[in-house]
Design a protein around this ligand. Structure first.
Ligand code: RB5
Length: 148
């Protein structure tokens, strides 16, 4: 499975750790940066992660900024993207099972690296359950076609 990963300057060390962890588990990683600790704008990286997933260049995406909020908002603006900020494994698991999340976000200033790895593993191992959840996800995605 191919995972796109992107981050801002606050999350460089966490990105490196999560990336290495996933590589060791056999995932293919598409690292979209930033690879610098210079201050940068998280929307750039959120959009890149979203686009990589929406275009099928990656199966799923991971986006990390200080809180996970800004970068998830940016990723979620890409058509077809369901980005969720998850600070613990339960929400991460249910975001896959019920919401079919395709971009996972978390905050490098909020959680530690070991928690980030655990959240990531739980999220990647969970499967979308379909059924009534598919109807609800379809309802969410239909909103994209009803813009002002
Ligand atoms: C950067 O200072 C910070 O605003 C960013 O990493 C993120 O937390 C935004 O949501």
């Amino acid at each position: 499975m191919k995972i796109a990963i992107g981050n801002d300057h606050t999350a460089l060390e966490m990105k490196k750790a999560v990336k290495e962890h996933l590589k060791q588990k056999g995932y293919e990683i598409v690292d979209l940066g930033t690879d610098s600790s210079e201050s940068c704008d998280y929307p750039i990286y959120g959009e890149m992660v979203g686009r990589a997933v929406a275009l099928g260049q990656a199966d799923l995406g991971i986006a990390i900024c200080g809180t996970g909020v800004g970068i998830s908002l940016a990723a979620g603006k890409v058509k077809g993207i369901r980005a969720c900020v998850c600070s613990e494994p339960y929400t991460a698991k249910l975001s896959r099972m019920h919401n079919d999340s395709n971009v996972l976000a978390f905050g490098a200033r909020v959680i530690g690296i070991e928690m980030a790895k655990m959240i990531t593993d739980t999220w990647l191992e969970a499967e979308f359950q379909g059924g009534r959840h598919q109807r609800r996800v379809d309802m969410i995605m239909d909103i994209e076609g009803r813009q002002l």
